[in-house]
Structures are given as C-alpha cells and as structure tokens.
Design a protein around this ligand. Structure first.
Ligand code: SF4
Ligand code: SF4
Ligand code: FES
Length: 752
C-alpha cells in the first residue's frame, strides 16, 4: 500500500485517463489512479512505499485546461479531470529525459551486475534510444565499498530512492545526497556502522549503482529462479524471494515497491542443513523416542503445520508439549484477551505507520523486531509522530526517531504499565471495577519504585492530545516477567478503553503461530524429545543432533506473522533426510506432505480451512497485500481481574539484559556467512567501572542453567549499568532462555 493511499481522504471522484473513465477517491495522485486502472505511465524515480521524490520527470502527463506538463506522481487528481498520459510531445519529453540520463552512464551493460533487471536499460530500449546524443566530460569516480553494499557513482542516476529508503523506511539515515551538478553523488555518512539494512536501499536502486557486495558478479539475474517465501527469522514473516541456481541460494530479494526486509532477511539465507541422507537406524530411534517421550520440547523455528503435527501427536500420545518463549507469549495473550474479549491484539503495521503518536515499551525494538521499528520510523517521518520509548536502556539506534525517552527501572514493568493505564485512562469511561482499581493505585509509590516521574507521564500524555492515531508496541521483556499476566491485562486496557492500536511483538520466530496452535505445557518432565532444542533425543535442523531435520528454507509450510497474517513459505533448497511428517506417519498419522495440515489449522483460533496450494502470495499493482490470509480474531470471554501491583525486588548493581545484536535472532542467523557479529557481553564504561571488568576480559556466568563464557567489551555509546548478553550464538540452547530478560550479573573471571 502506498504512502499516499494510507492518507487519502476518501471522497469519490471520477477522472478520465486516455479516454477511460476511472473511479477513485480524492487524495490519490494521477499516477496512483492510472496504476489502479492498469494504465501504464513510465517512471524512474517513483517508489510507491516512500513519498514522491519528483526528480526524474518521466511521469509527465497532460491535463485538459492545465498549461504544460505535470508530474503525475505528485499531482493529486481532481474530480472530472481529463488526463492524457501519452502523445508526441510527452513522448519527446521522455526521450529527452532518457538521453540526459544516458549522458555519463556507460551503456556497456554486458559488464554491469544489474544487466537484465535495470530500469535504465529497459527504458533506453522502450524509448528507442539508439544513439547517444549528448556527452559530458568523463569523471573518475571509483567504486566505494560500504560493506554489505557497494556504490558505483559512475552508474548513479541520482534518483534518490536509496536515500529515501534509508530515511523513511529503515531509518538508519545513513545515505545522503551530496549535491554538485554532474558531480552529484550519494554519500554514506555512517560507513563505520556497516548497516545490513542498506541492502534495502540497494534493492530499490533502479540501476547497477548500489548493489550487494556479496552477490556482485556471481550470477546473471535471468539465470536465477525466484522462489517466493516468507522470512522465518523473527515474527515479521516478511515477504521475500530466494533466488536460486543449481541448488544454491545466490541472494534474497523482495517486492521492494511495497515490502521491506531487514538485513537478517536479506543476508542470513545460508543456514540450510546440507548433505543429509536418510539414515533409517536414526529414524527408527526417533520414532521410538517419540513413543517413549513424556515431553517434547521445541524452539520457535518451526512452521504452523509442524506445530499442528506436534499438537496432534500430543493428543495421541499424551506427552507434554513445551516451547518456553511461545508459552510465555501464549499466557500473556490469554490474559490480554480476557480484557479485550478478542483472541488477537487489534494492532496492524499499516495503522502503526499511520500513527500520530507511538509508545514503545518492554522491547529493544531495533533488535527485537526490525520491521516494527521501520513502521514506527515511517510514522515519525510521514506524520511527525511523537515516539515515546520506555525502557531501562537507552538505544542509540532509535535516538533519531524518539521524541521522549522514559527510563524505568529493570523489573518495574508492572508498575509502569499501571502508571500508563492510570495516566491515559484518567478521562475515559470505564467499568466501575476498573475505575476503582485505577483510583486505588498508589501513584507516588509506583513512581518511586519505577523511577518514572509524574511529570514525565504528563509530557507523555501531552503527546497524545490529538484525538486518535495512537499505537502502543510492547515486547518480550513483558512476557517473561514474573507478573506478565497482570501486565498484559493493564496493557489491554489501553486497547479496550483508550483507542490504542496495540501490537504485542512475538518473542521469536513463529512463536505467535505456535501459541495459537499448540496446547503448551510449562515445563519438561521425564524422558524428552527435542526439536531444535536439546533433549534426551534431539531432532536438529542445525545438524549435530540424533536425527537431522530440514531448516526453514528447506521446508514448505506457513508462518503466522505479527501482522496477524498466515503466509506461505516455499522450498528453496532440497533436503535429503527425514522430516517431522515422516516420523508422524510412522506414529500413525497419515499425510503425504506436511502441507496437508495447512487446511487443518485451528479455525477456532482464527485460521482458515484453505489448502496450501490455494494460498495467494503477491501484491497487486497498487500494493494491496495478497499473501496467505489474515487471521480472524475470535471472541473470548471477558474476565476483568485486577490485582495489587507487587512490590518489585530491586536490581541493584550490575545487570545483564538478554538481547541479540541487530539482525541476529537465532542459531540459524548465526550460521550466516554475511552477518558477522561477535557474541560478546557489551557494556558501558560505567558498567565496567561498577564490575571492575576490563575491556577484553573473559568471564563466566550461568543463566537459566545455561553457562556462558564471554568476553566483555566496552561500548562507548552505551550508558548505565546494564550490559547486553547475546544468545543467538548458543546453538540449540540459545532458544531456551525463557526467563525474564534482565538478571543480576553474578560472574567469575576466567581462570578463577
Ligand atoms: S545509488 Fe541508485 S538509488 Fe541511489 S540515487 Fe543512485 S541510482 Fe538512485
Ligand atoms: S528478520 Fe524479521 S524483520 Fe527481518 S526480514 Fe525477517 S521477518 Fe522481516
Ligand atoms: S516518477 Fe514522477 S518525477 Fe520521477
């Protein structure tokens, strides 16, 4: 959906384009209406997902009664307008534009990485430019290597799409235009950061100026098979294509006009479980292990269909089914639903990007859910949204969009949620019990405990003075909190009574799907089978377990995304071993392929009885999304049970926070050759002083029974006494960190 569509004002209009009567709504541009009606208008600088750039003039049209040519990408259509998108004058104008573009741009396409998918090449053909009429003095401008992407100024046509994406979408704001006539160029102002998200800027580049450094010169675009799929790394389930040749993924691309990918989606594609054969003896042992199991434990890197298979096996064999993160999320969402009366939160990404104010709480958003951060950034850029970021840790990566940082004490989330509810529902009409509960809160005490002052809350409230368009994004810090369910009920009040668009970010991979499909238990008991989780018998897509399993890019099935959509994933790479469905069949189930379960996903949880092969997977010409289907919210019974907010146990001294580096999510992204992140304990100078740790010192600590040997590093951009502990490198045990994300650091120095 384009930016302009999202803010259109709705009054019906009729315009005539090239003799065709087109009905639309006021607020849309001529180009949008033309596209809605399948009328082609050439463009070079237009990109649906950002605001019109207006730099190329290719989209010129004539409107009856208006003198001269106008830019159809910028001009809103008026009722009754008669528009002509092509005639000799317009054609001449476009040809001249193409001639100018080709000045300085070498047309030796045979050596260009973009050849075969280049807009300039295509339009040069389209407008029949056989000769180069203009020339300009050659300038020597060497190719710049920016890490994940390379920039060739000699090929750059200065359309500015990359700059807009870096500013309006990903929000890293690294790319800028350096003006200078024919010497104009794009500069990367944050080269030292090597943002993987710049892959998104390269994706929109219409020519070969900005390309993936890794992919460059490895394959021609036309040799690659595009396999549509969805990214499994976080709860985003973003749209993607695996581009494959000879059973190798060369790159990941996306429908960049309308959708986005973060660096993990784009670069962490090489995690397949390769060279696996069918080992009958190991398979038989797996079948026996399931028959014998008292518990099955699994991580969130599985499809909806596999989750359903495990649920069916649970029903048949009676074992416990454990997935810690998904269980925490399930309990949180059940408590949440007990207030709203609906099985799902009401928030959507589209509403988030259209917000005028956004509150973020309980998540390090840039790292937990990049696509959500992008949508907050869009709200900030397009609607000047106030962004209130509530967290114990300041995050420099969101500083540019945050208008108010509210720092609360680690552990005080329940109090903060109560303060938020009390502040934002002061004037709301509430059921008597809720009003009494809020009135009885000891605000002074909650403020003191959480360190959130009443003045800060008043400032926050002022950001919401407009009557609508508020979003609240909450995340995994809350789900693993000892008081998670009460926090969920407090947060749900804001959806129910304050008109907030609320998104509760799933804590990992397909945790949302698992939480809806499986009847989960809290703890493992007795003999266990693990699926991507260590157990007495372990099935592993990472290799090294008792039986190998396919990785997510070797499977077909569906994912449930944080936008509440059920989206299809297709097989990118072959897999030679056994899959969960084979084990299930040996245990008495009967399905030739795992995807036979797609149509059986639980309707009582909002899924639809649609076969996998019938699921659509595309965006239409104006960006409406037809990927799978949207979950239907189900009615659940309301139970407004509020309790006293518990006194928190303070976190004095050095604290660690379990959080992965940007665009690392799991042992699967950790396998990626292109995303190289050091798994170190990262803290501020203040943290180093408090712990007397030296930069580079090795220490050991244990969390949730998992032992960490880490090097400590000082990050000068960090503040305070909370350090970041990544878990993505922990192979199968990383996903098992199920406790509250903050904990006191109790460590031993190496060698002691
Ligand atoms: S690098 Fe590509 S996207 Fe950026 S201005 Fe140049 S041509 Fe346009
Ligand atoms: S990791 Fe998440 S945000 Fe990034 S592309 Fe994949 S699903 Fe989207
Ligand atoms: S597409 Fe309209 S000015 Fe470039």
């Amino acid at each position: 959906m384009s930016v302009h569509n999202s803010i259109q004002t709705g009054k019906e209009i009729t315009v005539t384009i090239d003799g065709k009567r087109c009905k639309s709504t006021f607020g849309k541009t001529i180009l949008e209406i033309a596209r809605e009606n399948g009328i082609y208008v050439p463009t070079m600088c237009y990109l649906s997902k950002v605001q019109p750039i207006g730099s190329c003039r290719m989209c010129v049209v004539e409107v009856e009664g208006v003198e001269g040519m106008i830019l159809s990408c910028q001009e809103k259509a008026t009722d009754g307008a008669v528009i002509r998108t092509n005639n000799e004058t317009i054609q001449q104008e476009r040809q001249n534009i193409m001639k100018l573009y080709n000045v300085n741009h070498p047309l030796e396409c045979g050596v260009c990485d973009k050849s075969g998918e280049c807009d300039l090449q295509n339009k040069t053909m389209e407008f029949g430019l056989e000769a180069q009429g203009f020339t300009a003095r050659d300038q020597h401008r060497p190719v710049e290597n920016w890490g994940h992407v390379s920039y060739d100024p000699a090929l750059c046509i200065m359309c500015e799409k990359c700059v807009r994406v870096s500013t309006e979408i990903t929000g890293d704001e690294a790319l800028k235009v350096k003006f200078g006539g024919y010497g104009s160029t794009i500069v990367n102002t944050k080269q030292e950061k090597n943002y993987a998200s710049l892959g998104e800027a390269a994706a929109v580049c219409p020519v070969g100026a900005l390309v993936s450094t890794d992919f460059k010169y490895t394959a021609n675009a036309w040799e690659l098979t595009k396999i549509p799929s969805a990214c499994p790394h976080c709860g985003g389930g973003c749209q993607m294509y695996y581009e494959v040749k000879n059973d190798r993924i060369y790159r990941v691309t996306n429908t960049f006009e309308f959708s986005n990918l973060c660096g993990a989606g784009r670069y962490a594609f090489d995690y397949a479980n390769e060279n696996v054969n069918k080992e009958k003896a190991a398979f038989d042992k797996a079948v026996e292990a399931f028959k014998d199991a008292q518990s099955v434990i699994f991580s969130s890197q599985i499809s909806n269909e596999e989750a359903l298979l495990l649920q069916k096996l649970k029903e048949k064999f009676g074992f416990r089914l454990v997935s810690h993160e998904a269980r925490a999320y399930q309990k949180f969402m059940q408590a949440y639903s007990s207030i709203t009366g609906k099985s799902l939160y009401n928030g959507t990404l589209k509403a988030l990007s259209a917000s005028k104010a956004v509150i973020v709480m309980g998540t390090k958003i840039n790292d937990d859910a990049p696509t959500v951060k992008y949508h907050i950034n869009m709200a900030s850029k397009w609607h000047r949204a106030r962004v209130i970021y509530m967290h114990p840790l300041e995050d420099t990566e969101v500083q540019n969009i945050v208008t108010q940082f509210v720092k609360y004490e680690a552990g005080s989330e329940e109090g903060v949620a109560a303060l938020l509810a009390e502040t934002l529902l002061k004037e709301a009409e509430l059921p008597k019990g809720i009003r009494e509960f809020l009135d009885a809160l000891d605000i002074g005490n909650l403020s003191a405990e959480s360190n959130v002052g009443e003045e800060e809350l008043e400032t926050l409230k002022r950001a919401l003075l407009k009557k609508s368009g508020f979003s609240l994004v909450v995340g995994p810090d809350l789900y693993m909190h000892p008081r998670a369910e009460h926090i969920a009920r407090l947060i749900a009040l804001l959806e129910q009574y304050a008109g907030f668009n609320v998104i509760c970010i799933p804590p990992a991979g397909n945790a949302m799907g698992i939480s809806l499909i499986c009847d989960l238990d809290d703890e493992v008991e007795g003999r266990s089978v693990g699926y991507n989780a260590p157990a007495d018998f372990t099935l592993s897509a990472l290799g090294g377990g008792d039986l190998d399993m396919p990785a997510m890019n070797q499977q077909e099935g569906t994912l449930t995304t944080l936008d509440k959509r059920v989206v299809p994933m297709n097989v990118a790479l072959p897999y030679g071993g056994y899959v969960l469905n084979d084990i299930a069949n040996a245990l008495g189930m009967d399905a030739e392929y795992t995807i036979e379960y797609t149509a059986q996903l639980p309707e009582e949880q909002g899924y639809m009885a649609i076969a996998f092969d019938a699921l659509p997977d595309y965006f239409d010409s104006v960006g409406n999304e037809y990927r799978g289907y949207l979950l239907k919210p189900q009615k659940v019974s309301v139970k407004r049970a509020f309790e006293e907010v518990e006194e928190l146990e303070g976190f004095d001294g050095p604290v660690i926070y379990n959080c992965n580096p940007t665009e690392q999510f799991s042992a699967f992204t950790a396998k990626s050759r292109l995303l190289k992140d050091e798994a170190v304990l990262l803290g501020s100078r203040q943290f180093a002083a408090a712990t007397k740790l030296q930069d580079g010192e090795s220490i050991t600590y244990t969390l949730d029974g998992v032992k960490f040997d880490r090097v400590f590093k000082i990050d000068t951009s960090m503040k305070g006494t909370i350090a970041l502990n990544p878990v993505f490198d922990r192979g199968l045990s990383g996903a098992l960190l199920s406790s509250y994300r903050f904990s006191r650091l109790d460590f031993e120095r190496a060698g002691k």
